[in-house]
Design a protein around this ligand. Structure first.
Ligand code: FES
Ligand code: MG
Length: 579
């Protein structure tokens, strides 16, 4: 047993279940034997839980059944006993009204399943948007050693010889179809070609952003996040995760040694340099807080002003997709480019520092992973706006919006619900001009509910037909990481709980000043006061069940939308279970 200088086998967490000569432990051992394992296979060996978010309806994780076998191979090779366990598969495509409603459910499940089972270490298998923060939030709180195994991006999309990017090209060609420029046959071809293999969206959407963040934080094998899902390298990486988690158990390499203020900052800088999804803000704040690290919107804005965007990956970049990014050197090469800005002394799951992990990393395509002297965009990916419309902040992705909107003033056109907006938007007589500011409210954490990805409001058909493809849009919703445009998101506090967005009326002038980070409605204070006094809270969305609990406990976007009773501020996590 490889325990030289490491914890002795009787200090394994699982020894509490399996070692004592008492009736309970007899029961635990007999049940492992019922599963077909001999004593030699589990006595004194690390028991490794594999939390697998595979599901038949999660197309992004379609390869996870086989991948779990690779992980097991690695665990066994290193002398551990792997036990796979299903975890809630919050998929992005099918879960309504939004997968975000269930991120915290996965976080709770992860925390509780780790705590209540005899796992010495855990491999978390996720990748599709919310699965990454959900698994990681729960596992940070549970506190046992873990490795995050990222699903990896799917292959590039293709139709008729044209490369297609997840999400981004769906929006783009949908606008063209609405303009009458795409035939039925072409539309069917696009439908079949845009997602060609298992794996997560292959633009720098939320999935690739979140796996990059967790990788940069030190929680994945360094640089593993962009390995394509169906590449043999991904199988080898799975086995390596299995081998490594066994050693992490012997080394007692717990997440509190990895997730620190410095590693969270590294993750935020890397997110900015990759052209991250706006969703990164909510999840990064939530994960950091689980580790006791206070990360604020202002911290992120400051890092955003200071960090050049150097990954030329769509949608913020123009030309490349995740597969190209990987072969251009991937996340290790990107981090090596900005190493001077990172704290390279941070420890990673490999047991080595980030700096050691970046040694020898090379860029193979300097157009894809740009040098600092030639960034895609001189500032980072995200900016935080404040003003009388968003006193607690709102988010915009400057690189993804037409620069003519950076300083903009126009009349608001306000919709109170998504269905109302959807019903009106294709009306060719809708009263809009290119200066109009489209507003959707009641789409935040409580209003949506779950803050759906509705924030890239469709351009009204009347403007599409005139050739317009961007306009200023504001909501308390999120938007997909693959979206683009002049979309102000995450307005906090949300309108559903009486945030000032609730007071805005159609025709009011709205002003955005991105260089000065302002977002205001030009309405005088006395008038706002009168509107505030007349405002009535909407009916609660839920009478029972998960939604009822969600509505009572979810926080606002600026603090990460975690449940109040799951944050550290609520008290310390439960200790080890009684056995
Ligand atoms: Fe799963 Fe995009 S839908 S990552
Ligand atoms: Mg997405």
């Amino acid at each position: 047993m490889p325990n030289d200088g490491r914890i002795p086998p009787d200090r394994l967490r699982s020894a509490r279940w399996f070692a004592p000569d008492d009736l309970r432990s007899f029961g635990h051992r007999s049940r492992l034997m019922q599963l077909g394992y001999a004593e030699e296979e589990f006595r004194g060996r690390p028991i490794i839980g594999i939390l697998n978010t595979w599901s038949e309806i999660n197309s992004c994780h379609g390869h996870f059944r086989e991948r779990a076998r690779d992980v097991k191979r690695g665990v066994q090779m290193a002398g551990g006993l792997p036990l796979e366990m299903p975890a809630l598969s919050v998929d992005e495509s099918f879960t309504k009204p939004t997968s975000m409603l269930y991120r915290n459910m996965l976080a709770m499940e992860t925390e509780e399943m780790i705590r209540s089972h005899p796992f010495d270490g855990v491999v978390l298998m996720g990748g599709c948007d919310k699965t990454t923060p959900g698994l990681v939030m729960g596992a940070i709180t549970a506190g046992v050693p873990f490795v995050y195994l990222p699903a990896g991006p799917m292959l590039r999309g293709n139709f008729a010889g044209r490369t297609l990017g997840s999400g981004s090209d769906a929006w783009k060609y949908w606008d063209e179809r609405r303009a009458g420029n795409v035939t039925d046959a072409e539309w069917l071809g696009l439908q079949g070609g845009i997602a060609r293999s298992h794996g997560t969206c292959m633009t720098m959407g939320t999935a690739s952003t979140m796996t990059a963040i967790v990788d940069a934080m030190g929680l994945s094998l360094t640089g593993s996040s962009p390995i394509p899902a169906v590449d043999a390298e991904h199988q080898r990486m799975g086995a390596a995760c299995g081998r490594r988690i066994v050693d992490m158990v012997w080394e007692a390499l717990t997440p509190d040694r990895i997730v620190t203020a410095a590693s969270v900052r590294n993750a935020a800088i890397v997110a900015m340099a990759t052209g991250c999804s706006t969703n990164a803000v909510v999840h990064l704040i939530a994960m950091a807080r689980r580790a006791g690290v206070e990360l604020t919107l202002d911290d992120l804005d400051a890092l955003g002003r200071d960090t050049p965007l150097i990954a030329n990956v769509r949608p913020s970049g123009k030309d490349y997709l995740m597969e190209d990014f990987h072969f251009a050197g991937g996340l290790r090469a990107l981090m090596a480019q900005i190493a001077a800005r990172l704290d390279t002394s941070c420890l990673t799951v490999t047991g080595r520092t980030l700096g050691e992990e970046l040694e020898g990393a090379q860029v193979h395509n300097t157009d894809d992973i740009r040098p600092l002297s030639n960034p895609v965009y001189a500032e980072g990916s995200l900016a935080v706006l404040r003003g009388n419309l968003a006193p607690n902040g709102a988010i915009i992705k400057p690189a993804a919006c037409d620069p003519r909107f950076w300083v903009h003033e126009g009349p608001a056109l306000v919709f109170d619900s998504y269905p109302a907006m959807k019903a009106a938007i294709d009306d060719e007589d809708l009263d809009v001009t290119p200066d109009t500011v489209l507003v959707l409210r009641n789409a935040g954490p409580q209003g949506g509910p779950g803050m759906p990805e509705w924030g890239m409001l469709p351009i009204p058909k009347a403007l599409i037909k005139q050739g317009h493809r961007d306009m200023l849009r504001i909501s308390d919703a999120r938007m997909s990481g693959t979206s683009y445009g002049a979309c102000v998101l995450h307005v906090a506090p949300e309108s559903f709980v009486g945030g000032p967005l609730a007071l805005l009326k159609t025709g009011d002038i709205v002003r955005m000043d991105l260089p000065n980070r302002r977002l205001d409605m030009v309405v005088d204070e006395a008038e706002l006061e009168a509107r505030r006094a007349a405002w009535k809270p909407p009916e609660p969305r839920f009478q029972r069940g998960w939604g009822w609990m969600f509505s009572r406990h979810v926080g606002q976007a600026d603090t990460g939308c975690d449940f109040d009773f799951l944050t550290r501020a609520h008290g310390s996590a439960a200790g080890e279970p009684d056995i």
